[in-house]
Design a binder for this molecule. Structure first.
Ligand code: SAM
Length: 237
């Protein structure tokens, strides 16, 4: 069974979008994963197909109605009973590579994309198996771009999507560090040389140089990751 993605959205025409291209798109064509969309508006209860209403208590913007959103969620769960349910929201826990692995190892995901000010809280209270995930500390106009980011990150981990599976191992976050810098030909470009060690052919020295670079970059740019990495190293010593 391929990994399944089901996106609940008011804009199904936004998919596959970017996900139809390059390695992830080829994976879709080859059936390594499947993509389904559900139009939330199809579950509207009135003749105007209304999906939102004004916020109780006042304030700007509109809120997606619980009856309409739940109609879509129930349909998605019927189609994909084993998939993990995710609501994309800036209020969610941050998406990490660890979470991406967890979702990619599940049978699939159901992704609920909000619009307007978001969805009625009672949907989340009612469905306690929905995980709230944020792709970063900024506010997007809708959950579709966040869903695209999450799917791209998951799909590239699926078997066969990226040719050489070993290519994940050194990537940023996989071993708790950011990745070391890369170089290719030409050997000298605008007076800048490729570090000598990378041309030495000495495998161990190259590994050691890369590790030192990864540690330096992580320490400089992400003190939070560096602290965790140092704790893990100490813990395993
Ligand atoms: N009023 C909400 C708040 O302040 O938290 C923001 C709503 S936003 C305009 C509309 C939708 O975009 C959200 O319901 C969510 O689905 C999506 N969204 C916006 N920023 C996001 C983020 N950083 N991560 C994931 N989804 C996001």
């Amino acid at each position: 069974m391929p990994w399944t993605a089901c996106v609940l959205t008011l804009f199904p025409e936004m998919f596959p979008g970017m996900l139809g291209h390059s390695l992830v798109g080829r994976g879709l064509e080859e059936g390594r994963w499947t993509l389904d969309t559900i139009q939330i508006r199809d579950f509207a209860q009135d003749k105007h197909n209304t999906v939102d209403d004004t916020p109780c208590g006042g304030g700007a913007g509109m809120v997606m109605r619980p009856d309409v959103v739940t109609g879509g969620l129930d349909e998605a769960a019927k189609r994909y009973p084993l998939a993990k349910k995710v609501f994309l929201t800036p209020r969610g826990r941050p998406l990490t590579q660890e979470k991406v692995h967890e979702l990619a190892e599940a049978p699939g995901v159901i992704l609920l994309c909000g619009r307007y000010e978001g969805i009625d809280q009672r949907v989340l209270d009612e469905h306690d198996d929905i995980e709230e995930i944020s792709i970063g500390d900024y506010v997007l106009s809708g959950g579709e771009s966040a869903a695209t980011v999450l799917l791209d990150a998951c799909v590239r981990l699926l078997p066969g999507v990226i040719g050489k599976e070993a290519s994940h191992e050194d990537e940023s976050f996989e071993a708790g560090l950011l990745e070391y810098p890369h170089y290719t030909r030409p050997r000298v470009w605008r007076g800048r040389e490729v570090p000598e060690v990378l041309l030495s052919g000495h495998h161990e020295k190259i590994l050691s140089w890369r590790k030192t670079q990864a540690q330096r970059i992580t320490q400089e740019r992400r003190p939070d990751l560096w602290e965790r990495y140092c704790k893990e190293i100490k813990g395993s010593a």
